[in-house]
Design a protein around this ligand. Sequence first.
Ligand code: RB5
Length: 147
Amino acid sequence: MKIAMGNDHTAIEMKNAIKKFVESKGYEVIDFGTNSTESCDYPTYGEMVGRAVADGEADLGIAICGTGVGISLACNKVKGIRACVCSEPYTAKLSRMHNDSNVLCFGARVVGDEMAKMITENWLDAKYEGGRHQRRVDMVMDIESRN
Ligand code: RB5
């Protein structure tokens, strides 16, 4: 299973920690960067992660910026993406089980590495439940296709 990862300059260290963690769990990571400490723009990396997931190059994505908000907005502008900012494991788990989230976002300035690993683990281990949630996920995607 392939995970697309992207981040801005605020989140290089956290991206590396999470990348190592995700690889240790047996996933392959496609790292879209940035790997430079020079200030950059989170939409560039959010779009790359979103595109990789939407195109099927990756199964899921993880995108990190200072708060997780900017990069999640960018990911969500790619058709087919349901990116969620999660600062704790419960929301991360439920975002998979109920919302079929396909990109996980968090903030390197908000959570520490250990919390980020716990969030990531809960998200990766959770399975979409479908059933009654499918109609609502379809409704969300219908908003995208109508707008
Ligand atoms: C960069 O300073 C910061 O604005 C960015 O990492 C992110 O937090 C935006 O949402």
